[in-house]
Design a protein around this ligand. Structure first.
Ligand code: F3S
Length: 423
């Protein structure tokens, strides 16, 4: 791999051992990807908060030792300097206000706090969400980024036109310290063209529909890039958030185009870069129904113990919608309703009165974490309901519960009645 003089000085250790370790990670990773060089980045989003699960493995709770081991692949505790690129922390393992509800002990909570403080001390912004683009991190078209979290990756590639591959903890930590990432994959113009055309032949109007379409795309295309044509598509940002998350769950989709809506596809032809699609796939009523059936594959019985809203982290409009649906009602005594959002948005939802409405009804608005990432559920949960295709894909596998997927209205009805009612 060709390195600039500055990159060579970082790799040689002239800028400290931690930066040299970061360069070693990037060079090895870049060579695996077949990258000929690195590219500058000033927007990195990674996950480097460590808690009890990591310290048990290392037998050590010092955040710098944990960062050196798990983020920089070094057995030695390195002297980590301030980050060089603008960097933010993704979703973490804990809600700082509601950690007891997650079943964490005081010692575990303190350990996570120490890890957060350490990251802040080296200059990482603690956005603590899987949706950094909802709380102020909005890269511009063409900007080279290094982001983790598959749903965020597909959002910024597709909706914002920024460029990132799906990075990992080590590559984002290395990018934070060096301001570099391998120039490969979706950083290159030629790899961003649509490979397949997906023709819409039934209405895709609601957020529920966009979840279903996303799940279908991932399942049929795996890691292709679809251009979505046909239909009268008029998505809102929340619809595209759900679409990408679902597509990156059932498959490895990192990017899609919608002519006239996403920034690199003024037309179908532009999305395809003048080529023919490898395949034209139809999304009609049959495909829709079949996908909904697959999303509900683990559903069993009608009793619902837990309703989860906010995967990816809920937008303000989603929190407001739940508040409106709950107004004057009460969550069933045997069911829990928890929403998940970034704490920056929870703050606005508190000021706007949405949190009060939800919590007066017996629900809870939690922040900065989620059940799938942090592996927690309300005690005794056997069956849950969600309006997120991604969450119903992962939570049954991670936590061994059964899952119902439906509209937000259906989920709120389940929370109020304790029962699942088919739409
Ligand atoms: Fe975010 Fe957790 Fe869903 S990380 S995308 S809320 S599984």
């Amino acid at each position: 791999m060709k390195l600039t003089a500055h990159e060579r000085s970082m790799a040689n250790g002239e800028q400290g051992e931690a930066v040299a370790a970061a360069m070693a990670v990037l060079i090895e990773y870049g060579e695996i990807l077949g990258a000929e060089r690195l590219v500058e980045t000033n927007n990195v989003s990674g996950a480097n908060i460590f808690g009890p699960r990591h310290s048990k493995v290392l037998g050590e709770t010092d955040p710098q030792a944990l960062f050196s081991r798990f983020s920089l692949n070094s057995d030695k505790t390195l002297d980590v300097p301030a980050v060089r690129a603008h960097s933010c922390q993704l979703i973490g393992p804990r809600d700082a206000k509601n950690w007891q509800m997650q079943g964490l002990s005081e010692a575990e909570n303190e350990e996570i706090t120490k890890s957060e403080e350490y990251l802040a001390s080296i200059g990482v912004s603690l956005l603590s969400t899987c949706t950094p683009y909802q709380v102020g991190n909005n890269p511009i078209k063409g900007e080279h980024c290094a982001w983790m979290e598959s749903s965020a990756v597909v959002y910024i590639n597709s909706v914002l036109g920024a460029r990132t591959n799906t990075e990992g903890r080590e590559s984002t930590a290395a990018a934070m310290l060096t301001g570099r990432i391998p120039y490969a994959g979706l950083h290159l113009e030629e790899n961003r063209r649509a490979t397949h055309e997906v023709r819409i032949e039934r209405p895709v109007d609601s957020t529920f529909d966009w979840n279903v379409l996303g799940y279908f795309l991932g399942a049929v295309l795996d890691d292709g890039i679809p251009v979505i044509t046909g239909g009268e598509l008029d998505p809102e940002p929340v619809d595209l958030k759900q679409l990408g998350a679902a597509a990156a769950s059932s498959g490895d989709i990192e990017m899609y185009h919608i002519p006239g809506i996403t920034p690199e596809a003024a037309t179908r032809e532009q999305a395809l870069g003048g080529r023919q699609p490898e395949e034209v796939i139809v999304f009609g009523q049959h495909e829709f129904d079949d996908t909904v059936r697959r999303l509900n594959a683990t559903a069993s019985g009608d009793d619902i113990d837990f309703v989860m809203i906010g995967c990816p982290h809920a937008s303000l409009s989603q929190v407001r919608e739940v508040a409106a649906l709950l107004e004057g009602r009460t969550v069933h005594p045997s069911t829990r309703l928890w929403l998940f959002t970034p704490s920056a948005l929870r703050e606005v939802a508190v000021r706007s009165g949405y949190v009060d409405t939800i919590e007066r009804a017996g629900g809870k608005v939690m922040a900065d974490t989620c059940p799938a990432i942090a592996q927690f559920l309300p005690k005794g949960t056997r069956s849950f309901a969600t309006d997120s295709a991604k969450q119903v894909h992962y939570l049954p596998a991670i936590m061994g519960v059964s899952g119902n997927f439906g509209t937000t209205r259906q989920c709120v009805e389940a929370a109020v009645t304790g029962r699942w009612v088919t739409a």
